[in-house]
Design a protein around this ligand. Sequence first.
Ligand SMILES: C[S@@+](CC[C@H](N)C(=O)[O-])C[C@H]1O[C@@H](n2cnc3c(N)ncnc32)[C@H](O)[C@@H]1O
Length: 216
Amino acid sequence: MANKIISEAYDTIAPSYNEFVKKAQYSLPQWLHSTVQTLKVTRTQWVDLACGNGYVSQQLRALGVDFSYTLGIDLSSRMIEEANRFELYSKTIVQDLERGLPHLDSATVDLFTAFGLFEFIPDEYKLLTDIQNALKDEGELWCSFEAPLSGSEVETVSLRYGDSSFEKFRKSQFTIQNLLKAAQLQIISLEKWAGYVSPSSGETVNYFYVRAKKAK
Ligand SMILES: C[S@@+](CC[C@H](N)C(=O)[O-])C[C@H]1O[C@@H](n2cnc3c(N)ncnc32)[C@H](O)[C@@H]1O
């Protein structure tokens, strides 16, 4: 039920998502700009989780990343329609990632991105272990987690949408480290940034931007 509300919320903002993130001063373009030179492979096999309207694809293409195959997955069919309209992925799938990935062969993916996703997933163990399995040995996961504003390990934020509401989960650095370790993913870098300014409350939401790879 919660995910139905989340998909409705994103269906509604799909046509104006780029304006929305611009107003929100989303810091992802700056983080990608500072991180993209660490990507050693060319002709990348890339899977973009919570691809939305293809915003991350637009950013990475502008930074000159050379993809051989790109797969975008999102819960919101309207967001996926926007991504397809601009042909931003080789293939797109509408799927609830809380249940894990669609079938992907083991050790085939160079790069997973998952920005603005994990705050919607109450238990990410299944998804993280699926990612670990599909990553090549030197492949990487680039992702974000919302950071708690309080000192709690996990902070639950209730958001209203029309007459309904849904929850987001903000996780501490310690919680993120444990989650990734449990899925046998090793952190390469973890940086705390101002993520975006919430259009509804005006508060600055902090992000942990993370790069991780398969633990050896
Ligand atoms: C904040 S947007 C992020 C979009 C893009 N990754 C970016 O960074 O601009 C969050 C996206 O997550 C998607 N999403 C939320 N929960 C999801 C779930 N359980 N499975 C798949 N996608 C989900 C939403 O539909 C929305 O497109």
